[in-house]
Design a protein around this ligand. Structure first.
Ligand code: ADP
Ligand code: SR1
Ligand code: MG
Ligand code: MG
Ligand code: MG
Length: 417
């Protein structure tokens, strides 16, 4: 059976595992007594170890047969490690500067060995909480998203190749079903795992559960998520899945990867930047301290979308006819190509806004919250930040069809009080 040779690693078992594999041992160098090992997993699902040796280093990530932050009561397939590794390799090929290199994959052990993103790399979410500016973030994230999404879509590939990819990743169904439940379902009903800052947000959570228009919109987005096999997504592209320095941006943790709507990735990133924006007042130590920083976050939201659109269209212009979606002989004039591109980008834009809203909402009233808001110690302040974020997200979910450019969205964020 596939899982027969799986066992969960601890530090001692890990040393034996590496000692038995010369390729890994040689990467660290020296002997095992000189290796430093630390479990650093702070995510919701998996074990992550850092290994440092005299010569080199790596990160070893192992999937567990359950959801780590919930426990063994929520079983989860360890096959997610296979999908994560497959996306890391595919996205790494398409955006080599923005994905850590995979050194080793052990399928039965559900274990991936990859480049250690050494300090000063930190999780972007933590950098945003500190108020650190990353001048290349919009540039790098738009590169990553434009390249990975364009090149895994029917704009670049044949329907034959595309269907093979869709079939392969359709087996990542347990991970998709987790997302369906925690993002598109539970925040809109009474669920034992839901939580929010209580009693402050009790009425806000209840009004969401009674909001028929929000329910109709989230149903449409859930259908899109399940039905629109547009490109090979990262599918968990929040600011906790990105590691950064002033000059480097690296996307990690694509274990939810599948063929879905492009806006699910773009919206995850933009929605999590918006969450960070709304959390900033809770981190200010004096009035106005984070105002400049908030403007940088808004600028990053705007530039990310604009650069993404520009780069995506540039790839499309350079590759007309490579994919089966828009056959050259049919789309044979500038007029029809311009129309095709406008329609395509406007679908991605609308989807991105919808998924951004859905992802903000689930982080405030659902099972998994974000450190940006959770780390605000003053509960009154935190509730105020959360309510603003929730109000903006509800508005965006329901009214997003009124928005046709990112500048209008930024103005709407600024008008929430
Ligand atoms: P999970 O799937 O459980 O969320 P992640 O892949 O997000 O696991 O990893 C959890 C944490 O481990 C990250 O937040 C980061 O701090 C650390 N980490 C993961 N991969 C690397 C890496 N390649 N280099 C350095 N740190 C990493
Ligand atoms: C049980 S929900 C856990 C969440 O953490 C992961 O990173 C995904 O975002 C998932 O929805
Ligand atoms: Mg993670
Ligand atoms: Mg993960
Ligand atoms: Mg999210």
């Amino acid at each position: 059976a596939l899982h027969s040779s799986f066992y969960q690693l601890d530090e001692a078992l890990l040393v034996d595992y590496v000692k038995a594999r010369p390729n890994l041992a040689q990467r660290l160098g020296g002997t095992h007594t000189e290796w430093k090992i630390k479990e650093v997993g702070d995510g919701n699902l998996n074990l992550v170890f850092i290994l440092l040796g005299p010569k080199g280093s790596f990160v070893l990530k192992q999937a567990l047969p359950y959801v780590r932050c919930v426990g063994e009561s929520w079983p989860m397939t360890i096959e997610r490690a296979y999908f994560e590794t497959t996306v890391l390799r595919e996205h790494g090929r398409l955006a080599p500067g923005h994905v850590p290199e995979v050194y080793h994959f052990d399928h039965p052990m559900a274990l991936t060995v990859m480049r250690y993103l050494e300090p000063p790399h930190i999780i972007l979410r933590k950098g945003l909480i500190r108020g650190t500016v990353y001048p290349l973030l919009a540039q790098h994230m738009s590169d990553y998203m434009a390249s990975t999404l364009f090149h895994t879509s029917l704009l670049a590939n044949s329907t034959l190749k595309h269907r093979e990819g869709v079939a392969q990743f359709s087996r990542n169904v347990e991970m998709c079903r987790l997302t369906e439940e925690v993002i598109f379902t539970n925040p809109y009903r009474v669920a034992a795992s839901n939580r929010w800052t209580s009693p402050h947000l009790d009425a806000d959570a209840q009004s969401l559960r009674e909001d028929s228009r929000a329910k109709i919109e989230i149903a449409g987005l859930k259908a899109k998520f399940c039905e629109r096999s547009q490109a090979l997504l990262h599918a968990d592209l929040h600011t906790g899945s990105i590691m950064v320095t002033q000059t480097s941006t690296q996307c990690i943790d694509p274990e939810f990867g599948f063929y879905g709507p492009m806006g699910f990735d773009v919206g995850a990133f933009l929605g999590n930047l918006a969450l960070s924006f709304f959390s900033q007042d809770g981190h200010a130590t004096f009035e106005g301290e984070r105002e400049g920083y908030k403007l940088w976050i808004l600028k990053t939201i705007g530039e990310t979308w604009q650069l993404f659109e520009r780069k995506f269209l540039a790839l499309w212009d350079q590759n007309w006819g490579s994919g089966d979606a828009y056959v050259e002989e049919v789309y044979n004039s500038k007029e029809v190509r311009d129309l095709a591109q406008i329609a395509y980008m406007s679908e991605i834009f609308q989807d991105s806004l919808g998924f951004a809203a859905a992802k903000m909402i689930r982080r405030i009233v659902g099972i998994a919250h974000v450190e940006d808001l959770e780390s605000i110690e003053d509960v009154e302040k935190r509730a105020t930040c959360e309510r603003r974020a929730l109000n903006f997200a509800k508005h965006l979910l329901k009214e997003r069809s009124q928005y046709s450019d990112i500048g209008q969205v930024i103005s709407a964020i600024q008008s929430i009080h």
